[in-house]
Design a protein around this ligand. Sequence first.
Ligand code: GDP
Length: 417
Amino acid sequence: SLATAHTTGVSPVIRKKLMGYVGFANLPNQVHRKSVRKGFQFTAMVVGESGLGKSTLINTLFNTTLYPPKEPLPPAAERPKTVAIESIGADIEENGVRLHLTVVDTPGFGDFVNNDDSWKPIVENIESRFDSYLEQENRVNRMKVVDNRVHACLYFIQPTGHSLKQIDVEFMRRLHTKVNLIPVIAKADTLTDEEIADFKSRILSDIAHHNIHIFQAPTYDNEDEETIAEAEEIASKIPFAVVGSDKIVNTPDGRQVRGRAYPWGVVEVDNEEHCDFVKLRQMLVRTYMEELREYTNDVLYENWRTEKLLSMGVAQDSTVFKEINPAARLQEERVLHEAKLAKMEAEMKMVFQQKVQEKEAKLKQSEEELYARHKEMKDALEKQRAELEDKKRKIESGRPLTPEKASTNRKKGFLRT
Ligand code: GDP
């Protein structure tokens, strides 16, 4: 058999042809089975005014009674004043595939007189889920990472037939970088086909006008025509005009369907001629659930994480700045202070020297004065002495000499005239 050896580092890698089937080609299936066994986590959020059919649609999508029939909304005065975040979890299984589904509801959204900040608690909730995921990622033991991130957000647009409202635009603008937005026209059975078509195009132009990014099924170059066609088909229905019902009704032609019965006929939820429910389910569950999870992880979460780390980095930098700056400022202040001190010292020295000089001069002066006085006194005394001497001599010379004195004088040679 063929053997090509080349060395990488120390151990040679030898390519060998297999003699028969070994079975590790099944590895992807094993990995797949493992993730199937472990189950999948998916979190969907529903946002929209109360009564737009959110709970009904979730029940319809997952074919369960995740939401019991809702109590009618209490009078405005009795309602809570803020948007609440409530989540319901359910483990559902289909053909051995387990799905842990979480639906996050946002009761109160759009129900107030002033809905300006309705988006805020929702953004906070989405970010806190990112936070908890990041925290788990940073743990040493990463065995059991629970993914509670919101993978898709169904935004329910009121079927007014006009265009997006301020609250719709504001919500989508605030959320589109944090979550996969899937806009749906609620209760589409209240609009005619023509109204829906017009409404959709106005919604899409509003979305484009505000640069809002809504989830698009990704298309890859190497995909087959069928897959591309399917993605295009789904994309062409956005925003999905949906009808929800968890009731089975009889059609005039005797079929039993999930739908809504009206005096003039039956709206079938699962009939693509009647609404876009099937395409929405395809987007959310059947075809793109994994894409939604991936996009959440690879793009939305990653961008948020990068931004968060960056902002922390910037914050760190600014603390460093704050730490360096005061030091630099202190240093600068110290230099200034020292200069000031030196100047003061010099001034003091100068003043001191001046004073010393003055004192010295004064001392010198007084010394001179003293000296002069001393000299004066000395001179005066000297003069006095001289005078006295002179007087004495005169007195002595004018007085008759005693015999002894005269003889002494003679002996000394003095002559007397
Ligand atoms: P939520 O407050 O948004 O969760 O709304 P619900 O799901 O509780 O629905 C409110 C009301 O609207 C109920 O009476 C539902 O039967 C009704 N409803 C739900 N979905 C639809 C729909 O697609 N079309 C129509 N016409 N009514 C609906």
